[in-house]
Ligand binder design. Structure first.
Ligand code: GLY
Ligand code: MN
Ligand code: MN
Length: 443
C-alpha cells in the first residue's frame, strides 16, 4: 500500500471504521457532507482539501459527496455523489458518478446527489437521533432541520422520528483518537517527509537571505516527495519573529546571529506531520541562545520520556513545565520556591501554550484531553505532538531582558505504543551540538 495514494487504500480499512460507527450509532443516522469548495481572489478555487470525517469513514474525497450512515438492526451505508457531467468534467476533471462510486466505496446504495432532497428525509425519518454538525447553512443542513421540525410536529402521534441532534464528533472523535496500524503507517510517512522538508529548509539558512527562501524550499520538498504540500502555513520565524507563535508572513531577511524557528509539516495521503526545530542561522548558538535552547530541549526530552499508556497529556505537559521552570530559575528569569512556581504556572509569560495536541488527519486532530473532569489516559495508538517552547519578546524586562528577542520551540510527533512510545520524528536531531552540526553540514 502506498500511503501517498489515498485512492488505493484498501476498502477494508474504511469498512472496519464504519462497523465501529454502526456499533455506536444505535438507531441514529449520521450525515457527513464533503467539505465545500473554497475560493480566493474572486473565483479562483483554493486547492481542495477533502473533509477529514467523511474521508475517515468512507475514503471519499470528491466535493459534493454526502455519506449517510443509517443505524439500526440492518445498518446501511448510503452515498450521494455528483452526477457525471461532461461539460464540468472538461474543466475540473473526471467525476466518479454513482456507478463509479458504488464500485470504489462499497456503499449499500449509491445515488446522485441531486436525489438528496428526495431520499434523505426518508432516511432521517427512521432515526431516533441525527448525528450532524450544524453551521453549514446549506441544503443538507436544511434537510436535517426539517426532519427535526417534522418529528417534533408528528412524533407525539407516531412515537417515531428524530428528537435530538448530536455532533458526529461524539462518535468519530473517540474513534479517531486511537490510530490503527494503517494510520500510524501514514503518520510515519508524513513525519518522514516533514523531516525531508526541514533538511531542504536548513540548506537555505543564510544571513542576508529572506525567510521566504526557506519556506519555498521546505514546501517544494513536500511536493517533491509526493505530499499535498504543507499541512499548515510553514512558519519561518527568524530573530524576533521566532516569538510570534503563528508567524506565517516569512517576509524578513535573516541576520547574522539569528535563531530561525522552522515549524513545518507535510500533508501526505491526508495525514499530517507537525515538526519544529530552531536553528542558528550561522550554525553556532550564542551563549544566551544555547541557554534557552538547552532548557527547551531538556523539557522536550522529559516530556517525550513521559509518554506511555496510562499517562495523560496533562502529565506530559507537567513534565515539560517542571523542566522549564527549573530552567527559568537557573537563568535568573524566575525567583522563588520551585514547587510554588510550578503550582502557580509561573512559566506562562514565556511558555504560553500547551505541550501537546493530537495529530492525525488534522494537524490539530479532534478529541477531548479530559473526560468527565478527569484527564484522558493515554492508550496505544494515540498520536500527538510534544512541543515545549520559550519565547522572550523584544520588550522583555527584568531578569528576562538578557534573553530579549530569543524564541525557541522544538516539536516532535509521538505515538503511544504498548510499552511506551515511538518518536516518529527522532531522525531529525534535537541536541544543540547536533543542530549546529546539521546546519553547518547543509548550508
Ligand atoms: N504548527 C502548529 C502547531 O504546532 O500547533
Ligand atoms: Mn503542533
Ligand atoms: Mn508545529
Amino acid at each position: 500500500m502506498n500511503p501517498k495514494d489515498s485512492n488505493h487504500r484498501s476498502r477494508s480499512v474504511f469498512e472496519r471504521r464504519r462497523a465501529a460507527v454502526f456499533e455506536r450509532l444505535g438507531a441514529g443516522v449520521m450525515v457527513l457532507p464533503a467539505a465545500p469548495i473554497q475560493y480566493r481572489s474572486r473565483d479562483t478555487e483554493i486547492p481542495y482539501r477533502p473533509d477529514s470525517e467523511l474521508y475517515y469513514v468512507t475514503g471519499a474525497t470528491e466535493p459534493g459527496t454526502v455519506a449517510v450512515l443509517v443505524g439500526g438492526t440492518s445498518p446501511s451505508f448510503q452515498l450521494f455523489v455528483r452526477d457525471r457531467d461532461s461539460e464540468a468534467e472538461l474543466w475540473s476533471g473526471p467525476r466518479l458518478g454513482a456507478v463509479g462510486a458504488a464500485e470504489r466505496f462499497g456503499a449499500d446504495e449509491t445515488h446522485p446527489v441531486s436525489e438528496l432532497a428526495f431520499r434523505v428525509p426518508q432516511l432521517l425519518k427512521t432515526a431516533d437521533r441525527i448525528h450532524f454538525r450544524l453551521g453549514r447553512g446549506d441544503e443538507v443542513e436544511s434537510l436535517v432541520r426539517n426532519a427535526l421540525v417534522q418529528a417534533r410536529a408528528r412524533g407525539p402521534r407516531t412515537g417515531t422520528g428524530p428528537r435530538g441532534l448530536t455532533d458526529p464528533g461524539e462518535i468519530l472523535d473517540e474513534l479517531r483518537l486511537r490510530k490503527d496500524a494503517h494510520e500510524i503507517q501514514c503518520l510515519r510517512a508524513a513525519a518522514a517527509l516533514s523531516i525531508e522538508g526541514h533538511l531542504a529548509g536548513v540548506a537555505e539558512l543564510k544571513a542576508g537571505a529572506g525567510e521566504w527562501r526557506v519556506e519555498a524550499s521546505v514546501n517544494a520538498a513536500f511536493r517533491r516527495g509526493g505530499g499535498t504540500g504543507p499541512g499548515y502555513g510553514t512558519i519561518v520565524g527568524s530573530g524576533p519573529n521566532a516569538c510570534v507563535l503563528h508567524y506565517v508572513a516569512n517576509s524578513r531577511v535573516m541576520e547574522k546571529g539569528d535563531l530561525v524557528l522552522l515549524d513545518a509539516g507535510a500533508e501526505l495521503g491526508m495525514y499530517q506531520g507537525d515538526v519544529t526545530r530552531t536553528y542558528p542561522v550561522d550554525g553556532v548558538f550564542s551563549g544566551r541562545q544555547r541557554a534557552v535552547y538547552e532548557v527547551v530541549e531538556r523539557a522536550r526530552a522529559a516530556a517525550v520520556e513521559a509518554v506511555a499508556p496510562g499517562a495523560s497529556l496533562a502529565e506530559i505537559h507537567g513534565s515539560a513545565v517542571r523542566v522549564v521552570v527549573e530552567g527559568l530559575v537557573s537563568m535568573g528569569v524566575l525567583k522563588g520556591d520551585l514547587e510554588e512556581l510550578v503550582a502557580t504556572d509561573a512559566h506562562r509569560p514565556w511558555f504560553p501554550h500547551q505541550t501537546s495536541h493530537w495529530l492525525g488527519l488534522d494537524v490539530h486532530d479532534p478529541g477531548d484531553c479530559a473526560r468527565d473532569g478527569s484527564p484522558r489516559l493515554l492508550e496505544p495508538g494515540m498520536t500527538f505532538t510534544v512541543e515545549p517552547g520559550l519565547y522572550f519578546p523584544a520588550d522583555s524586562e527584568e531578569g528576562a531582558a538578557a534573553f530579549a528577542g530569543i524564541g525557541v520551540r522544538v516539536e516532535d510527533d509521538v505515538v503511544v505504543t504498548e510499552d511506551g512510545h515511538d518518536n516518529l520524528t527522532r531522525a531529525l536531531p534535537t541536541a544543540p551540538d547536533d543542530i549546529e552540526a546539521l546546519v553547518r553540514s547543509l548550508r
